[in-house]
Write a protein of this length. Sequence first.
Length: 185
Amino acid sequence: MSILMTRARNRAPRIAGAAVERARLTVVPRRAPKVARVPFVSLVSLLLIAGVAGLLLFNTSMQQASFTATALEDRASLLDAKEQSLKMELDVLRDPQKVAARAKQLGLVPTTSPAFLRLADGKVLGSPAVAVATRSMQLSPLPTRKPRSLTPRAVVLDSTDRMRDTASASQALGLAEGTKKNRDR
């Protein structure tokens, strides 16, 4: 075993020396990286300018769409108002009294005894009579009369006699002397 030990001892320095030779560090001269910064800066600048221009175009198109929407809403409300006014005008024109008055102007007279035809067999139902203009109905309504309670009698009071004023006022108000209010006084 001693022979093996001596051989191992002799070999160990040689192996260690070779390892030390391989592991020895040397100073390498520092090289500055020659990466061009101009393309990177120009790329970042180009992206920034494209982003700002894109946002500006997007904002402009959104504003244009907003103006268009507002104009269309205004037009829709105008058309809605026109539709309502035309419907009101149509309702006035369809009023039965207006239609009857226009028919009377054209010389038409209402019939008092209508007759109907049954299409299945051609039979006349009812007794037809010729319409006569003397039997026309009233087209315009009569004016309404005011009720009597809205036009009361005028009451003139004389301020010289207080008692007479009170009695006249109570008579004007319709209070009789025998009412509970007069009895309590």
